[in-house]
Design a protein around this ligand. Structure first.
Ligand code: NI
Length: 256
């Protein structure tokens, strides 16, 4: 069985056919799933979907690419979600300079506030980083010094050298569709070196569909394709990848 630790079943794409997508995931042995929120609307939907479906959990966060729209009320609402057991992580949150470098200072503020909430409620962070790996590392390094920081670098796209640095902070690494892309040298190098007890996997659907569906709408039932590629790279069986990544996910997100 598998754990898709990062799926946006709260995206508009699935609102007409959610049950079909979930059933398809089950048919492909994806037993556990996190519905990842990124703004007030998707946080609310993540909770709803999780409450209505067994083995599906919510995560709630305020995404760096939308910080210009967020208010203190949104932070307060986020905190109220974190008080509920069905919400298993804070995120996605982090830094993203790809589209909005000009909001850098507000991004820092929201990232740090969410790190504090994660520690307060003892829930792991789901960390999004795009074109901001050094600043993200500095913030995480500083905030991890008390030993309370837990979390995962979602769809990790950095080098293997950076991977080692984040692993040294005690963070997990999550790999998704890009590891299957033909020209993806760097994610394949990372897949090779990440220890089996620190690896989790995700689809990040509807984005980043694995090969041969690259560019199409992604869905959780494609997760075994990603596991198969990682198994090939690591020279182990797909069952081992499924076993370790599921156990790691259950441990990180405290799923009993
Ligand atoms: Ni995502």
């Amino acid at each position: 069985m598998y754990y898709d630790t990062h799926a946006h079943l709260n995206a508009d794409n699935y609102q007409g056919n959610l049950q079909k997508i979930i059933n398809e995931a089950r048919d492909h042995k994806v037993k556990y799933l996190n519905v990842v929120g990124f703004n007030p609307k998707t946080n609310r939907l993540a909770n709803q979907i999780a409450l209505n479906n067994a083995n599906i959990y919510a995560t709630c966060g305020l995404h760096p690419s939308e910080v210009q729209n967020f208010t203190n009320k949104d932070l307060a609402d986020l905190e109220s979600y974190l008080k509920q057991d069905i919400t298993v992580a804070v995120g996605e949150c982090g830094l993203d300079y790809h589209w909005h470098k000009e909001t850098k200072m507000i991004q820092f503020e929201f990232f740090e506030k969410q790190i504090k909430l994660a520690k307060k409620y003892q829930k792991p962070l789901i960390i999004h980083v795009r074109d901001a790996i050094n600043d993200s590392y500095e913030i995480l390094k500083e905030t991890s010094s008390d030993g309370l920081l837990k979390g995962v670098m979602h769809c990790f796209s950095g080098s293997k050298e950076m991977a080692v640095k984040f692993l040294d902070l005690g963070l997990y690494l999550s790999l998704g569709g890009p590891v299957t892309f033909k020209n993806a040298i760097v994610p394949k190098e990372v897949a090779k070196i990440v220890p089996l007890d620190k690896l989790i996997i995700e689809t990040d659907c509807p984005y980043l569909a694995p090969h041969p569906y690259r560019g199409k709408e992604n869905k959780p039932s494609y997760l075994p394709i990603i596991a198969t590629e990682i198994a090939k790279i690591k020279g182990i069986s797909v069952e081992e990848v499924a076993y370790y990544t599921t156990e790691n996910g259950k441990k990180l997100f405290k799923i009993l």
